[in-house]
Design a binder for this molecule. Sequence first.
Ligand code: BYC
Length: 317
Amino acid sequence: MNKTLEQLEKEFQDRIDAGENIEAKNWMPEKYRKTHIRQISQHAHSEIVGMLPEGNWVSRAPSLRRKVALLAKVQDEAGHGLYLYSAAETLGISRDELFEQLNSGKAKYSSIFNYPTLSWADIGAVGWLVDGAAIINQVMLTRTSYGPYARAMVRICKEESFHQRQGYEITMKLAQGTEVQKQMAQDSLNRWWWPSLMMFGPRDEESTHTELSMKWKIKRKSNDELRQQFIDQTVPQAEFLGLTIPDKDLKWNEERGHYDFGPIDWDEFWNVVKGNGPCNKERLNARNKAWDEGQWVREAAMAHAEKKKFKSLKKAI
Ligand code: BYC
């Protein structure tokens, strides 16, 4: 006998509540599928667009060692994007559709990548703060309920942890350097601190997707919980470096067991999300240029695959 939608939904929720993973071929509510396509593709786009502010510094890194590490990091981000696009494809959307959504500006990607990297110290700040924030969010996602996404996150987190250390080490060297170098590190922290806090998304009361995503264990912690975790973890790191977090209201709260912090400029966040940040247009132009210039590579790869298929068919006859 065919199951009713209600029965299917109940069985699905029971599996989630029991901590089981949902796999691509399992039945799932349409909204669960759509939510995952949205989140995984936004995540993949963030990895790909995230290569731009750092790629900008590969040729200007101050030593061969720094250049090699940065190049490896940027390549890792490309790999993360590819695992994530593959995970999104298991939900029935094609790679071409995903790229069309990014290139046309329909899709979102993380607000943080719409800020410019103005100095070498910014590469330190991106690794330390942006990758640091990304890991906090992504460690949670290794236990997300959709199997292909959770598994992709395990490897991504291992690599992100190397990225965070690479950034912290750059910042540490500057912080322990000359007065001018220390000022460069402080200036980067001043510019990247608040946008890094915004990466976790809007306040819980304004987060439209959290409730359902928690029910389906896509998210296991809310935006505000993760943001607080990031602040609590990062403040002692800044103190160790002798740098000052640009927040006059930042203060340890003994009772709460957390740092209190000042108000986030949510107007700035929504402005950036809506496409009006300092680099939104530049980022989209760069992606569209890369897409157009890569046309011949895609055509050559397709022609090669066709040729290989034809050869193996001929052998089989
Ligand atoms: N930027 O209901 P909410 C990285 C949107 S790091 C832009 O709370 P959700 C990397 C949100 O999409 C970053 N938009 O949403 C590091 C929604 O709009 P739509 C990538 C944002 O999904 C270094 C609306 O605001 N990480 O990869 O429950 C180098 C309401 O929000 C942002 C991920 O993507 C934002 N910051 O929670 C290179 C992690 N925040 O879709 C690369 C996976 C929110 O309704 N994603 N919005 O139009 C997540 O964990 C969740 O999607 C979020 C947001 C926590 C980000």
